[in-house]
Ligand binder design. Structure first.
Ligand SMILES: [Zn+2]
Length: 316
């Protein structure tokens, strides 16, 4: 985010919980790592059926996906039971099965939002969903959030950074404090389908660790650490995953956090950034939503700042 305040190095941690296993096992681990350092974060929960096994089928339908799986050693990130979930094994409903770890997040003083109902379905089918289907899908996730927490969600993050004019329209009906649906650039009001939406969008500005793991030029954890250490230049938003930083790469994540703390980085919540921007003197830009590709990630992601791709993906 180019806010022009270089003395303040800040990283808002956005935690995406995508799968049943990640939510069940990754959350306790991340809470430990964060609380040991007094860091707060913004968690987004996928609450419906975990059909991540379907993602295995993408090997056959998406160019680059198999390569990504191999490079990122996906089988070690995603255990066999996750890869089969929703295909050969029944799809567990994450909100029902993981109520305890999910609620433990706000008890530990972090904040929470919605990361969709069926992550795989959203990512694969959003462009073909009718407005009614989108409304149903989002409505289920928000209803489950309400059941779990006793209040409506004030923020949401689109699964796989996948949005459409329809999904933005449905989202707008909820009068959220913020969304974090896109990659790269400064906070903005998204424009799509001939209208401008008034829900503040706060993009993820740094590449994710699962992307970095697939960059051919960064072969060691030392290289990845130094990349992240130097990447913070103002206020950043960093997306982590319960399946990755809360799983096999927890140790590396701890080192990345400690490197940042050594540089004086602080860790605001996304809601704090949203309130600051809404109260600030700067006009909030309106930007059309487009799709882009990022190094190390299969498929496309939404962005309001395609020019920021150079920064996120300098490592092609
Ligand atoms: Zn996700």
């Amino acid at each position: 985010m180019a806010t022009g305040e270089p003395p303040f190095l800040r990283v808002a941690l956005k935690v995406d919980c995508d799968t049943y296993r990640g939510t069940r096992d990754g959350i306790p681990r991340l809470l430990e790592i964060l609380s040991a350092r007094g860091i707060r974060a913004t968690f987004f929960f996928t609450l419906g059926p975990d059909r991540s096994g379907r993602a295995v089928l993408r090997v056959f339908t998406r160019p680059g996906f198999l390569l990504k799986m191999i490079r990122s050693r996906a089988p070690s990130l995603y255990p066999l039971s996750t890869m089969l979930s929703g295909t050969l094994l029944p799809a567990p409903r994450i909100g029902e099965r993981c109520a305890e770890p999910i609620r433990s997040v706000t008890r530990a003083n972090h904040e929470a939002g919605v990361h969709g109902w069926d992550h795989v379905r959203w990512q694969d089918r959003l462009d073909r969903m009718s407005a009614e289907e989108v409304r149903t899908e989002a409505g289920r996730a928000h209803a489950e959030f309400l059941r779990l927490f006793g209040h409506a969600a004030r923020m949401s993050a689109a699964p796989g950074w996948t949005v459409s004019a329809r999904s933005l329209e449905v989202q707008e009906e909820r009068a959220l404090l913020l969304t974090s649906d896109t990659r790269g650039g400064a906070p903005f009001f998204p424009a799509a389908g001939g209208r401008v939406f008034r829900t503040l969008e706060i993009p993820t500005t740094l590449p994710t660790l699962d992307e970095l793991l697939a960059w051919p030029s960064l072969r060691t954890d030392e290289g990845r650490r130094s990349y992240y250490r130097d990447a913070v230049s103002g206020t950043e938003v960093h997306t982590i995953h319960t399946e990755v930083e809360g799983g096999p790469h927890a140790r590396l994540f701890e080192k990345i956090l400690d490197d940042w703390r050594a540089r004086g980085v602080t860790f605001p919540l996304l809601s704090e950034i949203a309130r600051e921007i809404q109260a600030g003197p700067e006009p909030i830009p309106e930007r059309p939503i487009t799709k882009t590709r990022l190094p190390g990630r299969g498929g496309t992601v939404a962005t309001g700042w395609p020019e920021a791709r150079r920064r996120i993906g300098r490592d092609g």
